[in-house]
Design a protein around this ligand. Structure first.
Ligand code: ABC
Length: 477
């Protein structure tokens, strides 16, 4: 699928090993600190697709699918899939080629898209650099296909970042020489074949900033599906430049501003409010950026704060703000893991509860986003306009007249007192009936043209025109 087709999607990120087992177990132990395979597979995902779909997500992103080294390293097993050894085999821990095809088919049968993670930057080696046995790598079975060893240790030096090796002596990420034309050709053919063999709709590009931009330009055209790149950097101009080479990038700058705001009840809206203009003018298309507050490399939001109201605001913001929302499995269950590997909890241990407050919130908010963008696809490229800001609260409007969603996000937390906000510039005229989709309460725009928002327990709010909401079965229970 193209970037255009992905714009309206919302993505649920799973680590294949940690999301669902083929035996549908909800009790199988998975101690994250053991860094072992816990038994999740592609067949397991198939069995739980309704859990994802019923939460309103229209795409999944899975772990890398290629064969990883079979050994146990000092950092444990490659259960996350980022330590590949063979491009042309699949990771048998996740299933067979037929299983992956079945996943793709099952996803498509539910009108969802399949995004897989790929990591062309490196091959994995469970030991120090000087012990690397290149003959085990396929197809790059010789040192000549790789950069010679030097550690990535100077992030201010882009040559060091691109040509040296990530990892360390416990697990080296042996850095492929992606400037070599032979390598480029192999990768471009590989990705074309992979996409057609498994009917893949999109790619999450690992370690994008560790590979040259010129490599990505040709790779993007060979792939010919939407590519969403990981550029792990807070700097706007640094990150945005990658969008001149790949369709989309995960919005790390925004991530840091959201955490400044919603990471604690003493946070501030300042970074978001003051930097958003720069992001919009620097990046090619913010509607193709991945908006997230959690992933498998970062401390979960609930690790930073156990305030449920902040978790709700973080999740609502992710889905209601600009960009393609990306929610990491477990976020909807208020999982609270800290740094890798603690943030890679097995989703099955939640019992896939659909009664959790965050599951229900994600479902409600995804529903209104999906509906607004169905009624008017231009909703997606309408940059949210801040209609109210103070240090702890923002309100924004997204979408053109009669199809806008007006949201309020705050970091006051669940212990805060009730208060009332009166919002101008919602775009709704006097007398318009609007519904708040999380409480399902209807209200009418007052004679002064304002939307009066009762704020309670630090919860987020999201309004949509009431008549349209009922046409879309929003708040229909
Ligand atoms: C293993 C162990 C860990 C152990 C680690 C040393 O080694 O499992 O417990 O702590 C995979 C596995 C990991 C594994 C690694 C290394 O491989 O998942 O478990 O860690 O073997 C991607 C993936 C990630 C994956 C890889 C490698 C890459 O999402 O899951 O890891 O395929 C860098 C890379 C980025 C990478 C990330 C983990 O590391 O650029 O691609 N993610 C700075 C740097 C960033 C750097 C980041 C984290 O630190 O600039 O480049 O990301 O190390 C902001 C700045 C940022 C700055 C942050 C900290 O502050 O703007 O630039 O980021 O203000």
């Amino acid at each position: 699928a193209t970037a255009e087709q992905w714009r309206g999607r919302t993505i649920y990120q799973v680590l294949t090993d940690r999301f669902a087992r083929p035996d549908n177990s909800t009790t199988a132990t998975c101690n994250t600190s053991d860094r072992e395979y816990c038994g999740g597979t592609w067949r397991g995902i198939i069995n739980q697709l309704d859990y994802i779909k019923d939460m309103g997500f229209t795409a999944i992103w899975t772990s890398p699918i290629t064969y990883n080294f079979p050994n146990r390293s000092e950092y444990g097993d490659p259960y996350h899939g980022y330590w590949q050894q063979d491009l042309y085999r699949l990771n048998p821990k996740f299933g067979t080629p037929d299983d992956l095809k079945a996943l793709s088919q099952a996803v498509h049968d539910k009108d969802m898209y399949l995004m897989v993670d790929i990591a062309p930057n490196h091959f994995g080696w469970p030991g120090p650099s000087n012990s690397t046995d290149y003959s085990l790598f396929n197809p790059f079975n010789d040192a000549k296909y790789f950069h010679s060893y030097c550690p990535v240790d100077d992030y201010d030096n882009q040559t060091n970042v691109e040509e040296c090796w990530l990892g360390d002596e416990k697990v080296e990420l042996v850095d492929v020489n992606t400037e070599d034309p032979a390598v480029v050709e192999i990768y471009n053919t590989w990705i074309e074949d992979l996409i057609s063999n498994y009917s893949i709709d999109g790619l999450r590009i690992d370690t994008a900033k560790h590979v040259s931009k010129s490599f990505w330009s040709t790779f993007q055209s060979s792939a010919s599906v939407f590519c969403l790149a990981e550029v792990f950097n807070e700097d706007v101009s640094y990150a945005c430049d990658y969008q001149n080479h790949l369709d989309g990038i995960l919005d790390f700058p925004l991530y840091y501003w959201i955490i400044d705001f919603l990471g604690s009840t003493s946070g501030s809206t300042y970074s978001l409010v003051n930097n958003i203009g720069n992001l919009r003018s620097s990046c090619k298309d913010v509607s193709l950026m991945g908006t997230f507050v959690e992933n498998h490399d970062l401390q979960r939001l609930a690790y930073k704060t156990n305030d449920m109201a902040l978790a709700k605001n973080g999740l609502a913001f992710t889905i209601l703000w600009d960009g393609i929302p990306v929610v990491y499995a477990g976020q909807e269950q208020h999982y609270a893991g800290g740094d890798d590997p603690a943030n890679r909890e097995a989703t099955w241990l939640s019992g896939y509860s659909r009664e959790s407050e965050l599951y229900k919130l994600a479902a409600a908010v995804n529903q209104v986003r999906n509906y607004a963008s169905y009624l008017d696809p231009a909703y997606l490229s309408y940059n949210a306009s801040l209609i109210y800001t103070d240090d702890k609260t923002i309100a924004f409007r997204k979408g053109y007249d009669e199809n806008q969603i007006v949201s309020v996000i705050t970091n006051k937390g669940d212990a805060t007192q009730d208060w009332t906000l009166s919002l101008e510039n919602t775009g709704w005229g006097v007398g318009t009936a609007v519904i708040e989709i999380l409480t399902c309460e209807t209200t009418t725009i007052g004679d002064d043209g304002n939307l009066v928002v009762p704020m309670s327990s630090g919860l987020p709010r999201a309004y949509f025109e009431a008549g349209k909401a009922s046409n879309g079965s929003i708040c229909s229970g």
